[in-house]
Every structure is written in structure tokens, then in C-alpha cells.
Design a protein. Structure first.
Length: 469
């Protein structure tokens, strides 16, 4: 499995040389640091960044321009620099690598956990990745290579392989003694897998349970059945399983249920945060940013939005075609044009609400594609209820301002559009999941386009029927 390491995520030395007064607002510190670096006053910049907690230091570095970020990072003491580098997003780690000396890069890379190394290697060119791997000790190169062998987006690439199973025939006192020898190596010791001689996972036991047990108790009698993920499972699904089971760590096994790693709750939360950010971005019609906003170039921001705008513009052309097809109807009753924004906006919002709700339910595994009939039936009822409420209000207000026939058109259209939009909005994420597409991609942008076009067709058909035009 490899030799014990000097430091791991679970064994970070938090006490040495850490300033306790972090009350200064990071934004103010950034201004001070930027001025000092611009003026070449490295002593002043060093006084601002040295001794801060890793979280505050990362916050500051994320807000600095690339060149100043590299200079500020090189001012950090060795221990602080190692912890900060580990906490930076992989994209910013890649930027730093190009600005640091080879020996600094090798030291920072070697100090990362294997799963963090894999995330960085996915960002850098192949030639750089090969050079970084060659600089590792043999045991760490083997651990990192093992993770690289798993499919992208699988939990195998995000787990920590630094995990050791307890034998089921150990006594509690023997198990505690073994745990003590693993403190500098294991990713976590709070949740301990139990494995047979072939490393097959047979259960888990918590450190708390071991401490509370009588010294002569056998691990096999203390352990409980283990929740686990397979290394080829989706990283998001495994992280969701860890969060749902409220465990500090989730064992990861291969296809033969042999222990190969562990997913800790902090890594699980990080994966879920990344997935949620990506989903929310796509629901809003943009691609998610893979680095902090202030360090993202203008070109990247443009590219993250322009494709979706082009797609939506093409979709909007369908609405124009519908308006053109019913031009004669609009010419006869000009009042109908006044309500077009209201109707397509209400339909789009209703569909988006349904899609967002079902997409979230999919992420939480509350529903699956096999539930599409039940979901559509529920959303039909929800849409019908909403349509009755909004349609009644629309009929009364429009009837008072114009006349009852126009009010009837608006009321019936709102009823129809809300029912249709909610039903379609609820079904689209499930259909996307069934064809292995991202449900967020099929959510708000495409539903809005669909509802705009079909809603107008329904509107004008109802108007022609009631107004006899």
C-alpha cells in the first residue's frame, strides 16, 4: 500500500504559526497586497500573507492577478504554502505551476493527496503531467497511477487510496493500537473499514465504537454492515450516498468488493458543490465556471455564455415564425398582441419551476426515469391547479378592462399553457436522464423555447375559436 506520509488531509498541523486575528476583510488585504506587489515592496506583501489560515490565504490568492498571485504564493512559508496549494482549485494550481521553479513545483505536487494530484493532472498538458509524475516517489507514483486508471467522473478518481482495513478477529485494544500506527498515513480514522484477508469489505466500525468497547471485544462483534460505493460509480452518486447516509467516510470497493479507497465527507461535499454549481449554471443558460469569477478571463466568460445565447436565439426564431403565421389574426384583433409577453412568460416560468423541482429530485434520487408517468401525472395536476388560479385572475381582470370574450381567451390560454408547461417541464429532465444526457441542459433554456412556441399556437387557436376570426 505504500509508506506512511508525513502529513495528510486528516493530519494537518493547524496550530503552528497561524495568525489568530483574521478579522481584516480579505478584500482590504487584497488591495494592500496588490499595491505592495505593484510597488515591489515584498516585505509589506509578506507581512500581509504570512501566518494567515489556509482558507483566508486561498481567498486572497484567488482575487489576485496571475503574476501577482505567483509572487505572493512564493512569499508564503513552506508549510503554509503546501496547505494553500492543496486547497486551491486545480485550474489555479495549473496557473501557479507555470510560474514556479521546477523544485517548487515538484515539492508542491508531491505534498498533494493522490486524489488532488489526479485533479491537477487532468488540467495540465500531457508533457507536464508526465514530468510531474516522474518527480514522485515510487510508492506515491503507484497510488496516483492507480487512480488515473479509473474512468473520468468516477469516484475512483476522487477517492483516497490511503486506507487500511482492520481484521475482524482483532480485539478492540489491538485495533486501537493499529489505528495509532496509521495516524500519519490513513485519510481518516474515524470510520474504519473491516476486511477479510483478501481485502474484501465485510463491515465498518467507528473509532468511537472501538474506544467505548471493552478491550477484549472482537471487531467482528462490534462492526456493522457497510454502505459502500464501487470505484466505477459516478462521483456525484457516490458523494450523494455518503451525504445521505450521514457518514464521515464511505468505503470504496472494486467489482469484487475488495477495499480500494475511501471517500471522506469533506470530499463528498466538495463534489456535490461542484455538481450543484454546474447544474445551476446550466439551468440559467450558461456553462459553469471552473475557477473563481474574479480570476476568470473575459474571453472565458464570453465563451461560457455565447453558445447558450445562440441556441436560445435559434429557438426564439420559432416564436417569430408562429407570430408570422398568425399575423392576420393579430391584424384583426390588435389587443391580442398586448398579452403575448404575459402568456409566454407565464408558460416559461411554470415549465422552469417544474423542471427545476424534478431535476433536484433526480439529484437526490427521489425519482428515476421509470417514474416518468407518475411525475407527469403529478405535474399535470399541479399545472392544472395553477392554471385555474391564474386563468381565473386573468379572466376577471381582462374582462373588466376589455371585454368578456378577450377575458375568456386569456383565462383559457393561461389554463392550457400552465398545464402543458408543467407537464412537459416535469418530463424533460427524466427523458434527459433516460438518454444519459445532463438533465440541467434540458431544463430551463429548452423548455422556455418550447413553451414559447407552443403556447402562442394554443393562444391563437383559442382566440380564433372564441372570437370567430
Amino acid at each position: 500500500m505504500g509508506c506512511p506520509r508525513v502529513r495528510g488531509k486528516a493530519g494537518r498541523d493547524e496550530g503552528a504559526n497561524v495568525r489568530t486575528d483574521d478579522s481584516v476583510i480579505p478584500a482590504d488585504q487584497v488591495k494592500t497586497i496588490r499595491r505592495a506587489l505593484a510597488a515591489g515592496d515584498l516585505a509589506a506583501a509578506d507581512a500581509q500573507v504570512s501566518g494567515l489560515t489556509p482558507a483566508v490565504t486561498v481567498d486572497i490568492l484567488e482575487r489576485l492577478p496571475a503574476k501577482q498571485r505567483a509572487v505572493a504564493y512564493r512569499l508564503l512559508p513552506k508549510q503554509q504554502a503546501a496547505e494553500v496549494f492543496e486547497d486551491l482549485p486545480p485550474v489555479l494550481q495549473k496557473d501557479l505551476i507555470s510560474a514556479l521553479r521546477d523544485d517548487e513545483v515538484a515539492a508542491a505536487f508531491a505534498d498533494l493527496e493522490p486524489d488532488d494530484r489526479v485533479a491537477l493532472l487532468d488540467e495540465v498538458p500531457a508533457s507536464v503531467a508526465s514530468k510531474l509524475m516522474q518527480g514522485l516517489a515510487a510508492d506515491q507514483r503507484e497510488l496516483t497511477s492507480d487512480l488515473l486508471g479509473y474512468p473520468k467522473k468516477s469516484i475512483g478518481r476522487r477517492m483516497s487510496p490511503e486506507v487500511v482495513g482492520l481484521a475482524p478477529d482483532l480485539t478492540a485494544v489491538q485495533a486501537l493500537a493499529q489505528v495509532e500506527t496509521l495516524l500519519d498515513y490513513a485519510e481518516t480514522v474515524y470510520t474504519l473499514p473491516v476486511t477479510d484477508p483478501n481485502r474484501v469489505l465485510v463491515g465498518v466500525v467507528s473509532l468511537r465504537e472501538l474506544i467505548a468497547a471493552s478491550p477484549e471485544s472482537v471487531v467482528a462483534d462490534i462492526m456493522r454492515p457497510a454502505d459502500f460505493a464501487r470505484a466505477t460509480d459516478s462521483a456525484e452518486e457516490a458523494a450523494r450516498r455518503c451525504a445521505d447516509s450521514k457518514q464521515l467516510a464511505l468505503p470504496v470497493v472494486d467489482n469484487e468488493t475488495r477495499l480500494v479507497g475511501v471517500l471522506t465527507v469533506d470530499d463528498a461535499l466538495r463534489i456535490l458543490e461542484e455538481a450543484d454549481s454546474q447544474d445551476q449554471a446550466r439551468i440559467g443558460g450558461v456553462e459553469g465556471l471552473r475557477q473563481p469569477y474574479l480570476t476568470t478571463s473575459i474571453g472565458t466568460l464570453v465563451r461560457s455564455r455565447v453558445v447558450w445565447l445562440l441556441v436560445l436565439a435559434v429557438g426564439a426564431a420559432l416564436t417569430v415564425q408562429v407570430l408570422d403565421a398568425f399575423e392576420s389574426t393579430l391584424a384583426k384583433v390588435v389587443t391580442l398582441a398586448l398579452f403575448v409577453p404575459l402568456l409566454i412568460g407565464t408558460g416559461g416560468n411554470t415549465g422552469n419551476q417544474a423542471a427545476t423541482t424534478v431535476t433536484r429530485a433526480l439529484a437526490l434520487q427521489d425519482v428515476t426515469p421509470r417514474d416518468i408517468a407518475r411525475v407527469m401525472a403529478r405535474e399535470f395536476q399541479v399545472g392544472l391547479s395553477l392554471g385555474l388560479i391564474l386563468g381565473s385572475v386573468g379572466f376577471l381582470l381582462t374582462g373588466l378592462i376589455f371585454d368578456r370574450s378577450i377575458g375568456a381567451v386569456i383565462g383559457l390560454t393561461l389554463l392550457s399553457v400552465c398545464t402543458m408547461a408543467a407537464t412537459v417541464g416535469g418530463a424533460m429532465p427524466l427523458l434527459a436522464k433516460a438518454v444519459r444526457a445532463d438533465p440541467a441542459v434540458f431544463s430551463n433554456p429548452f423548455i422556455t423555447t418550447f413553451v414559447d412556441a407552443t403556447g402562442l399556437v394554443v393562444y391563437f387557436m383559442i382566440a380564433k375559436a372564441i372570437l370567430h376570426i
